[in-house]
Write a protein that binds this ligand. Structure first.
Ligand code: FAD
Length: 427
């Protein structure tokens, strides 16, 4: 018997067995949808439920965050990123050689035609998210995991605000709404920010999660309550027999037999690329958070501070302030000075912020250069499905990815065009 901790019942051996590698938001949603499709599912992850990248996310259901990070003129900005290690976008000089292949591909996505193409593809996923989360959330004991308030974006720099207009038009053309807010309207919605910002936008179709750690933990609990099994161990390799996956070997050498395997391990998915037969430019792009357990400020909505490159999100465990983008290179130590700087900037807006007991965190967004995830079947091991690379949208896209993965594992053709999410688009 395995020495690694196992939670939940071992399911009926007569039904097809699926192992999901990775129990972050994407993995747990895949596990839940597979369960709903009649599979006996084992989730494998060394971390505790909820202790994954989404814990340090901004918690937003960002339905119209479909414009890729690469925007026209990106190349001109790179010297600035290298010079200012504390800016909202930074690249560590040491990361540059290793990141270059990824970065060239990233820049090639800065053409307007490509931006439209990516936005269209991402919107085909984001427009389904609430319908896809609904059945999963309805089975969790806490019915208030998803907040009900929309998201606000605030700007100080008028030029920045104007530069965003074409992107807002593109979002609108794809059916996503944004409502302009005057400084007075910002103050009405968020009294703490009264008089602080020149421009604002309200995204009526976005929502936020009040406990990013608890959200994934609650979904995991629901999975276990429905007979799922979760093993706290790393998956070392996918086992093969006759050109198919037949199971997964764990860190302690134990093997878990499987009829299907799903790889949903965020940046950890790289370990399985040889077995999957893919060569994918997947990088972890760092973002930092400062969690203030007793901030002394009432913030009612999740707020994107556009010029600062970070967000304020009220969470049950405190006010979480963070975001920003850092390309640090694989294996680099986190630079928590970035989180301190976010906090200093936040204090300029909200001088009354109390920072006692502050906790800093870092998360690595699993990013592909074109900002789109991979949701695809391995051509080398056809009973293995891949679900990783969700970048800045993993929380938003978890349930939709889970539904599509269940289609692929069940050999149903998803109703969406899946070509944009192919693992072989970089071949
Ligand atoms: C600062 C910041 C803000 C963000 N804000 C938002 C937001 O507002 N909205 C949004 O939608 N997204 C946001 N994101 C992005 C979102 O957090 C990620 O896209 C998402 O968490 C990725 O989920 P995942 O399940 O793919 O990967 P992860 O959460 O990284 O989970 C992967 C899991 O796989 C496990 N694993 C790795 N290797 C192995 C192995 N060999 N065997 C077994 N298990 C393994 C890991 O332990 C981990 O638990 C943000 C991210 C950051 C950093």
């Amino acid at each position: 018997m395995s020495a690694v901790p196992v939670q939940g019942a071992v399911s009926n051996a007569a039904v097809a067995r699926t192992v999901v590698i990775g129990g972050g938001i994407v993995g747990v949603c895949c596990a839940l949808y597979l369960q709903r499709n009649g599979f006996a599912v084992t989730l494998v992850d060394p971390a505790a439920p909820g202790d994954s990248t989404a814990k340090w996310s901004c918690g937003q259901m960002a339905v119209s965050e479909i414009i890729p990070l690469s925007k026209p003129g990106i190349l001109m900005k790179v010297p600035g990123w290298l010079m200012d290690q504390n800016g909202p976008l930074a690249m560590r000089p040491g990361a540059l050689p290793g990141i270059l292949p990824w970065f060239f591909r990233f820049m090639s996505c800065a053409r307007q035609s490509k931006i439209v193409d990516i936005a269209q593809s991402l919107s085909s996923l984001t427009r389904n998210i609430y319908a896809d989360y609904a059945p999963l959330l309805s089975e969790c004991s806490d019915k208030a995991l998803m907040g009900e308030r929309p998201i606000i974006e605030v700007f100080n720099d008028s030029a920045y605000f104007e530069r965003e207009q074409p992107h807002l038009e593109l979002r609108a053309s794809l059916g996503f709404k944004a409502q302009r807010l005057s400084p007075a309207e910002i103050g009405d919605l968020e009294p703490a920010l009264k008089g602080r910002f020149a421009h604002g936008l309200l995204f009526p179709d976005w929502r936020s999660v009040g406990d990013t750690e608890g959200f994934v933990a609650a979904l995991t609990e629901s999975f276990l309550a429905r007979g799922g099994r979760r093993i706290r161990s790393e998956a070392r390799r996918i086992d093969e027999q006759g050109g198919r996956a037949c199971g997964v070997t764990l860190g302690d050498g134990d093997a878990v037999a499987a009829d299907h395997v799903v790889v949903a391990a965020g940046t950890g998915s790289r370990r399985f690329f040889d077995a999957l037969g893919v060569r994918v430019p997947l990088e972890g792009i760092a973002g930092y958070q400062a969690l203030l357990p007793d901030s002394g400020v009432e913030i009612r909505h999740s707020i994107i501070y556009a010029d600062g490159g970070f967000c304020f999100t009220p969470m049950t465990r405190g006010l979480q302030i963070g975001g920003t983008i850092e390309i640090a290179g694989r294996g680099a130590q986190p630079n928590f000075r970035r989180a301190e700087i976010i906090l200093e900037k936040a204090r300029r807006i909200l001088p009354q912020l109390r920072t006692d007991g502050v906790e800093f965190g870092v998360g690595y967004r699993p990013f592909l250069p074109d900002t789109k995830p991979i949701i695809d079947r391995s051509r080398r091991l056809e009973n293995v499905v891949m679900a990783f690379g969700h970048g800045q949208l993993g929380l938003t896209l978890g349930a939709t990815t889970g539904r599509l993965v269940a289609d692929l594992v069940s050999a149903r053709t998803p109703e969406l065009n899946m070509t944009p999410f192919s693992a072989y688009r970089y071949a």
